[in-house]
Design a protein around this ligand. Structure first.
Ligand SMILES: C[S@@+](CC[C@H](N)C(=O)[O-])C[C@H]1O[C@@H](n2cnc3c(N)ncnc32)[C@H](O)[C@@H]1O
Length: 278
């Protein structure tokens, strides 16, 4: 893990310079068909689409996994969610999905991108109780879990689901992604859960190297696609629920089409959901 930052937790007020370089949050918004991105994000988004035409399906499928994983966890009894690298609000945000099952569900969103945070605050407004948005770097678990906007929403003496959807590829090996995940899970009580998706480096259907190369323009640096084995090592000793660590489309699909062999399910992210061992 990297050293904790010395700056105080700020609200996500974007500075003009924040728009000079493409950001993962805004490019992802572009790929999902959203409207919260700028010209530099569209340029990179289109480059990604040219380099790997599956990139939009990959983003949509990840979003669909988010919905199924959060719904599953809410049905399993979880009513608190820490959504790390939550991105720009789009259709089916975590609190909306969770509250279909548990109307009292509480959600703390965290993102490093000030534009994503500002949009989150705008969406929620002052009237959405039990939900907060925090501008923070998830690589500092202790500081994130102590942030007032997180502690005012989540009671860490009760089970919480730690959500890391399509974000750990933005944590390079040098920043110890396994240590980051453990840094959150070790501060949760038994019954807590982890849901994770991660952009794959070894999916034969996807040119992950082209995507990796193009993401060098992100402020946080080039993304790190990882293999299934590497992701399993990062997750550590979590008790995974069926079907284990699989491609996102294969995780408890609602569409029978995806229950078939690998090549009928697209692609890109591996995903898993599990519970912290007591
Ligand atoms: C590809 S988007 C995924 C958004 C959302 N989790 C989803 O799956 O739909 C990755 C998000 O992670 C955020 N992110 C990247 N590095 C981060 C970090 N170190 N701390 C917090 N957020 C981070 C980006 O700003 C972006 O919003």
């Amino acid at each position: 893990m990297v050293d904790a930052p010395s700056y105080p937790w700020s609200s996500g007020v974007p500075e003009p310079g924040d728009f000079d370089r493409p950001s993962s949050a805004r490019v992802y918004d572009f790929l999902l068909g959203g409207t919260s991105h700028g010209a530099v994000d569209r340029v990179l988004g289109r480059d990604l689409m040219r380099a790997e035409p599956l990139v939009e399906s990959i983003a949509r499928e990840n979003r669909s996994f988010l919905r199924r994983a959060v719904t599953f966890l809410a049905h399993a009894g979880i009513d608190q969610f820490l959504d790390l690298g939550s991105g720009i609000p789009t259709m089916g945000n975590t609190h909306e999905v969770a509250r279909r099952v548990r109307p009292d569900a509480r959600v703390a969103y965290v993102d490093i991108d000030p534009v994503a945070v500002a949009h989150g605050e705008l969406l929620l407004g002052p009237g959405t109780r039990g939900v907060s948005v925090t501008h923070a770097d998830l690589r500092h678990p202790e500081a994130v879990l102590a942030a007032p906007s997180v502690t005012e929403v989540l009671d860490l003496d009760r089970p919480v689901a730690v959500l890391m959807f399509s974000v750990l590829q933005h944590v390079p090996d040098a920043d110890d992604p396994a240590g980051v995940v453990a840094g959150y899970l070790s501060r949760t009580v038994p019954g807590s859960a982890l849901a994770v998706s991660h952009f794959s480096g070894d999916d034969p259907r996807v040119d992950s190297e082209a995507i990796r190369r193009l993401t060098h323009a992100y402020p946080g640096g080039t993304a790190t696609p990882r293999s299934g084995a590497e992701l399993a090592a990062i997750i550590g000793d979590v008790e995974l629920v069926e079907p284990g660590l699989v491609y996102a489309a294969q995780w408890r699909p609602e569409n029978r089409r995806h229950q078939g062999p690998l090549d009928t399910a697209c692609c890109g992210h591996r995903a898993a959901v599990g519970f912290v061992r007591g």
